[in-house]
Unconditional design. Structure first.
Length: 492
């Protein structure tokens, strides 16, 4: 009996070491993908000048990445469940590597947009990473592991603002991509050599029609959201895109309910503990990018509204929050394993509500902003970790990829809408900049005023309260269960 126990403990130790290696690899991949999502933001004015284009077209350097990524995420989750998670993780990484390589050598804005679209396929790694973790890790380690992967959502974005801005300002925006190319190649090779294909597969037909209708619906919706402030929310183009999105999502729903192998099994959304975490995911993604956009404007606007600095300093202010998110997510994972996922999800939403109220009252100094960003990142870290575990524990293991893909999809769409909502307030509430000259004050350009920021922070409070209410409707405690064989070894 003792020999059996020692053998089992040794096997668990070997599995732990292997699992740690897998977690580190997947975390680095996630960090890289989200780092490159934001590092280019600082260079947008330079790109616009270099390619002699308009602000509206330049904005698509960011938008096209999110649009393609939002379409690729559920599709790759489904394909991973059906044909192999490692296989399609590698496919996503190859697309990503081609994209970042091409970005660094883009010769025109159209070529840059094409390569950014190819890079956007890399967002498909997230549902695959979550599914691999569920397959490879013992249940008691899944919450903390998924928490670390989820934390990369904010950590990578914040680091991208700091390092990306520094590299772009000092060495040119192409260099930001040149520095990522070796990492992308190395991580792709490591994934190919170290990851093992999961034996848990659910073979099915490729739902081409479902994927097409879903893609048209999502793309139409996101174009409308990202271009609304430029085209005008009441313009024929925006209204037409929204009507198109609604029409195609209705077609998608009807088709998916009657097809044998749907792209997305809509019956999963009938489960309370799948649908509600997706709403929470949408809110969390929206709020973190709402915050990033707001802080960038606060830092760059001239006094008295802002601080008159640059995007690099904005990244520096956000960096401590990213570090705290990296700590908060695993802590939330431990709470999930011991007390269930509902508690940390509610706590995270409550922290977000308190954080945006803090911002509403205190945002007069850079230190106050940095502290507020820390609170927001902790709240988002708790929410991201908890909600992905609610989803994982509410579906069969063979559905992990598509279920977490949908959750990531909602988060991505929320992340795309966050800057748009901030932009609406920043464009609606403006005041002229008063410039002091030797001849007296002169009225300068119209810039966002304090009212705009106050409304943004109030919106954040309202969204966080909605997330708290959504959490209360989730069936709890959604607690990870210990496997019976592990308990038997511990008792022995």
């Amino acid at each position: 009996m003792n020999e059996t126990v020692h053998h089992n403990k040794r096997t668990r130790a070997d599995g732990t070491r292997a699992g740690t290696g897998i977690l580190i690899l997947l975390s680095l991949i996630a960090l890289m993908v989200l780092y490159t999502e934001t590092m280019i933001i600082a260079a947008l004015p330079t790109i616009q000048a270099q390619f002699n284009t308009t602000t509206a077209w330049t904005a698509w350097v960011v938008s096209i990445y999110l649009v393609v990524g939002s379409v690729a995420t559920p599709i790759f989750g489904k394909l991973g469940d059906s044909y192999g998670k490692k296989k399609f993780l590698l496919v996503a990484l190859i697309f990503y590597t081609i994209g970042v390589t091409g970005n660094g050598f883009a010769w025109s804005l159209p070529s840059l947009l094409v390569f950014r679209a190819i890079q956007g396929v890399g967002l498909g790694i997230f549902p695959l990473a979550f599914a691999i973790i569920r397959d490879e890790f013992p249940p008691e380690r899944v919450p903390a592991a998924t928490g670390i992967i989820s934390a990369m959502f904010g950590v990578g974005a914040a680091i991208g603002l700091v390092i990306g801005a520094w590299v772009a300002n000092n060495y040119g925006w192409q260099t930001t991509y040149h520095t990522v190319i070796p990492a992308a190649i190395a991580l792709t090779i490591l994934a190919a050599l170290t990851l093992k294909e999961s034996p848990i597969l659910t073979p099915s037909r490729v739902d081409v029609f479902g994927a097409t209708t879903f893609a048209v619906a999502v793309i139409s919706f996101l174009i409308a959201m990202t271009e609304g402030t430029t085209w005008g929310w009441a313009s024929a183009g925006i209204i037409g895109l929204l009507v198109l999105a609604i029409a195609f999502i209705l077609v998608f729903v009807v088709v998916e309910m009657h097809i044998r192998d749907p792209l997305i099994d809509l019956t999963m959304l009938r489960k309370r503990n799948v649908f509600l975490p997706n709403i929470a995911s949408f809110i969390a993604g929206l709020m973190i990018f709402l915050l990033f956009q707001t802080i960038v404007y606060l830092m760059e606007l001239p006094p008295p509204t802002g601080f008159g600095t640059d995007i690099f300093q904005a990244g520096v202010v956000l960096a401590p929050g990213a570090a705290f998110m990296l700590v908060a997510a695993p802590i939330a994972g431990v709470i999930v394993a011991r007390r269930g996922a509902k508690l940390p999800l509610f706590v995270g939403a409550a922290i977000l509500a308190a954080s945006f109220y803090y911002f509403y009252v205190l945002h007069a100094t850079q230190l106050q902003i940095a502290l507020g960003a820390i609170f927001v990142c902790i709240g988002v870290g708790f929410m991201l970790t908890a909600m992905i575990n609610v989803v994982i524990q509410s579906v069969e293991q063979s559905q992990t990829g598509i279920a977490t893909g949908m959750n990531t999809e909602f988060r991505t769409i929320g992340g795309a809408l966050g800057p748009t909502i901030a932009g609406v307030f920043l464009a609606a509430y403006v005041s002229p900049l008063i410039i002091q000259t030797p001849r007296g004050p002169v009225m300068g350009p119209l810039l966002p005023n304090a009212t705009a920021f106050n409304y943004i922070f109030l919106t954040g409070i309202g969204l966080a309260v909605v997330a708290m209410l959504v959490t209360l409707l989730i069936k709890g405690p959604v607690k990870m269960e210990q496997p019976e064989d592990l308990l038997a070894v511990e008792k022995s």
